[in-house]
Design a protein. Structure first.
Length: 328
């Protein structure tokens, strides 16, 4: 074969050099160089969705790229959380997930399609909130003691809605049942608004879901708030008593939300996202928006989130097993 002439060789070498520079430039592009996704493993209007959209609005401006919130509900949060666990670890996909798919479902499910402790990289424990137990205003039930008494009078006559198997809205009621010796049938829904609608429509008799979905209906007079799931009353709804104050001790739980990325996401990207979230959670307007949605900002390092998840696993594993709750 005849070798290329000198001018042709120069042209080819020049093109190769341009291509190499182009590849090097692409590899050296600072993160992010394109839109970032935050996956929410629950439906629109759920607390993680509200949080993701609140943060996403401001993250986009700080990162210089659009931040797109994508809902992928299903299987108690496992669908969306598992999707992110399998996503490319390139810094362009994150998840805001909760107690269920990150901790409780590892005990509830015989097998999960992902391991939250190995397949996801912690970024930050972003926020927490109280669940509110509520019934329809015309149910003739005014307190948690009334609800427990009614459940005892009619075993099997009560259904309750949750935001999914393994969610705190599910397991908090399972803990209530264990503590009070009562029984109610669990009916999971894809989001807290859907779980509340089930009560309003009479499909279930009560629910214990995040306050952001319950309290607007309470303020409108359609629902009666019986108790909060936290140890102390919430500053956003001081009129709602705690479980202990309502005569049901030893039933406490905080619904929390955390951001994670696929495992092996570059550490500098995780650190950058943690810094940006820290800055956002310190903004007065962000804190006010969170509190208006009955959420409390938390924050912290990726390492603190990893430890917190392990602590939660130790706390809830015996409760889940004692309740008998499981999913095949």
């Amino acid at each position: 074969m005849t070798s290329p002439s000198r001018p042709v060789r120069r042209l080819l070498l020049g093109l190769a050099a341009v291509a190499a520079c182009t590849v090097a430039h692409a590899q050296a592009q600072p993160w992010p160089s394109r839109p970032v996704r935050i996956v929410v493993p629950y439906g629109p209007g759920s607390s993680p969705d509200v949080l993701a959209r609140l943060l996403g609005e401001r993250l986009g401006a700080r990162l210089g790229q659009p931040v797109v919130v994508e809902n992928r509900p299903g299987a108690g949060g496992n669908v969306g959380t598992g999707y992110v666990a399998r996503a490319a670890a390139d810094g362009y996909t994150f998840v805001i997930s909760t107690n269920g798919p990150l901790v409780n479902n590892t005990v509830l499910y015989r097998a999960l399609p992902y391991d939250p402790y190995k397949d996801l990289a912690p970024v930050m424990l972003v926020g927490g909130q109280a669940n509110v137990c509520a019934v329809r205003s015309d149910a003739g039930i005014d307190t948690m003691k009334d609800l427990v008494a009614a459940m005892r009078r009619t075993p099997g006559g009560f259904n309750f809605s949750s935001i999914g198997v393994g969610s705190l809205s599910h397991l908090g009621v399972e803990l209530l049942k264990v503590r009070t010796g009562t029984y109610a049938v669990h009916i999971p829904y894809p989001s807290s608004p859907a779980a509340v609608m089930a009560v309003l429509q009479g499909d279930v008799q009560f629910t214990c879901v995040p306050a952001v979905a319950v309290m607007p209906q309470v303020r409108a007079g359609r629902l009666k708030a019986l108790a909060v799931s936290t140890a102390a009353r919430s500053p956003q709804m001081p009129e709602v008593p705690t479980m202990k104050e309502s005569g049901v001790p030893d039933v406490e739980a905080v619904a929390w939300m955390a951001m994670l990325a696929p495992a092996q996401t570059p550490a500098d990207i995780v650190a950058r996202m943690n810094r940006e979230l820290t800055a956002l959670l310190q903004m007065p307007e962000v804190r006010a928006r969170l509190q208006s949605a009955y959420m409390d900002p938390i924050g912290g390092s990726p390492e603190q989130l990893a430890k917190f998840m392990q602590d939660e696993l130790r706390t809830w594993t015996p409760i889940i097993r004692r309740s008998g709750a499981k999913v095949d």
